[in-house]
Design a protein around this ligand. Structure first.
Ligand code: CA
Ligand code: CA
Ligand code: CA
Length: 215
């Protein structure tokens, strides 16, 4: 079952049990082990024909619980009743329902004016709790202030590392601000869009603003 798209009320047919006895000794009732997400619905079309459904009662979230294990018990109407049990294992398939989140919303870095080309300025880091491509992400610089700063820094879209590519001049620009966005590879992709800007003056400083998820 897929998280997100499998909505409460969804029904899944289960194969009912059978009992070789007749009459009340063959009338089965079913119970499910206590759980938060599933219930049972037994429909009797004719006297001896019944359909058993597993019904989803609460949305699934793979990030909270990826596998649900339930025990279905069938009891007959005899005295004493005889029971049979069966285990149901339900795997929750991933949907892209989490946007990448930066571990810091603002990274502040101070660099000496004399910093050499190629200097590692910072490495931004984000996490996404989805699976596979839903959790893989790329980084992009969406805005740089002042705009000419775009020539001074290069962002590795995979690692999130930022390197200095030009030379710094304290008398010319005292601080840079770079806004970075992380986007996952889900369909459709999700990215954070929370802006926190901040400017301060250091000797020559660059301020990197990460976009976290808006809460
Ligand atoms: Ca989820
Ligand atoms: Ca997910
Ligand atoms: Ca995601």
């Amino acid at each position: 079952m897929a998280e997100l798209t499998t909505v409460p009320g969804s029904r899944f047919p289960l194969e009912g049990a059978s009992d070789a006895d007749i009459g009340v000794n063959a009338q089965l009732s079913y119970t499910l082990s206590p759980n938060e997400h599933f219930g049972l619905d037994l429909q009797r079309a004719e006297e001896y024909r019944e359909s058993l459904f597993l019904v989803l009662t609460k949305p699934l979230d793979r990030e909270t619980l990826p596998v649900h294990r339930l025990v279905l018990t069938a009891s007959d109407g005899g005295r004493p009743p005889l029971t049979g049990t069966m285990e149901l294992v339900i795997s929750v398939l991933d949907a892209n329902d989490n946007a990448p989140q930066f571990n810091q919303s603002v990274y502040k870095v101070q660099l000496p004016e004399s910093a050499a080309e190629g200097t590692l300025v910072a490495r931004v880091n984000a996490t996404d709790s989805d699976l596979g491509s839903n959790g893989d992400m790329t980084f992009a610089a969406s805005n740089t202030f002042p705009p000419k700063g775009i020539d001074n820094f290069i962002l590795n879209t995979k690692s999130g590392e930022i390197h200095l590519t030009g030379s710094l001049d304290f008398e010319d620009v005292r601080s840079y601000e770079i806004q970075i966005e992380a986007t996952d590879k889900g369909t459709p992709p999700l990215s954070g869009h929370c802006k926190k800007s901040m400017r301060e003056h250091y000797t020559v400083s660059s301020i990197l603003n990460g976009f976290g998820e808006c809460k």
